[in-house]
Design a protein around this ligand. Structure first.
Ligand code: G1P
Length: 291
């Protein structure tokens, strides 16, 4: 029985919604309070027992590789100054027992292409895909990827993390149709990328968490480019569904869309008020200004 050991993080996107902050630094390195967005995703995968983190990067993304590397000078400096707490924070950036692997996606040919770039490292194993822009606070329920790995381990087929969205927002997501619209886990009957509200088969949206069987690569390889000449992961999943079962799982947790400014600010506030060091004071300040 193959366990989920590997996760793919497609991080080659431009982040143009956050210019000028993303002119030279990756959007995945923007912090929510004191941790870069990408670190939340890596910790979520590590909490699910995943040990191999595969980053599919592009130009201007070098700082992601540096972030998940040793920082000798900084560590020595902190050691010399006796700043043990800070040293631990720096050393814990890469969770224990985790390997980080970097693949460069030379051209931005879409999410499907990014996942296909990881095939040589993934091989013939089921794996997770995490879109770091979708930051999910599990609200104490345990990592969303861990929840999905449980569904995978029980059913042995691909699992898509989904949530209900307002109908007017269907054009921002991959939307699934399912056999029945009840319960946490449903078999998918179809998936379409960014349908308009009147065309959407449902309001169940895929939000940046996937567990896929390695058969997805065969479908990605034979896929024709869709909109903007990009290979859509959604189209490959639609094709996979014709061969094997794919489940939609309504995860437990709150998702923040950190790919846009408003979602990013909401994440900052919500995780800010929960923060161990500044949360209480921040909440008080928010309350004083009438929130
Ligand atoms: C991507 C996927 C889409 C999915 C979304 C989740 O779109 O193509 O199917 O619903 O992520 O955030 P993007 O937001 O990258 O345009």
């Amino acid at each position: 029985m193959k366990k989920i050991r590997k996760a793919v993080f497609p991080v080659a996107g431009l982040g143009s919604r956050f210019l000028p902050a993303t002119k030279v630094s990756p959007k995945e390195m923007l912090p929510i309070v004191d941790k870069p967005i990408i670190q939340y995703a890596v910790e979520e995968a590590a909490d699910a027992g995943i040990t191999d983190m595969v980053f599919v990067t592009g130009r201007t993304k070098r700082s992601i590789a540096d972030h998940f590397d040793k920082a000798y000078e900084l560590e020595n400096e902190l050691k010399t100054r006796g700043k043990e707490d800070m040293l631990k924070i720096v050393q814990d950036t890469v969770p224990k027992g985790v390997n980080c692997i970097f693949i460069r996606q030379a051209e931005a040919l879409g999410l499907g292409h990014a996942v296909l770039c990881a095939e040589p490292v993934i091989g013939d194993e089921p794996f997770a895909v995490l879109l770091a822009d979708d930051l999910i606070d599990p609200n104490g329920f345990g990592s969303v990827v861990a929840q999905m790995a449980d569904v995978y381990n029980y059913n042995r087929c691909s699992v898509l993390g989904v949530m209900d969205v307002p109908r007017e927002e269907t054009k921002q997501y991959g939307i699934v149709s399912t056999e029945r619209n009840e319960g946490d886990t449903q078999r998918c009957t179809g998936i379409v990328e960014k349908p308009s509200p009147d065309q959407a088969p449902s309001t169940l949206a895929v939000v940046g968490r996937y567990i896929l069987t390695p058969h997805i690569f065969e479908h990605l390889r034979t896929l024709r480019p869709g909109t903007h000449g990009e290979l859509q992961l959604t189209d490959a999943i639609a094709s996979l569904m014709r061969d094997e079962a794919v489940l939609a799982y309504r995860f437990k947790g709150t998702r923040y869309d950190c790919g846009n400014k408003l979602g990013y600010l909401k994440a900052m506030v919500e995780l800010g008020v929960k923060h161990a060091e500044v949360g209480a004071e921040f909440s008080e300040w928010l309350a004083q200004r009438g929130h």
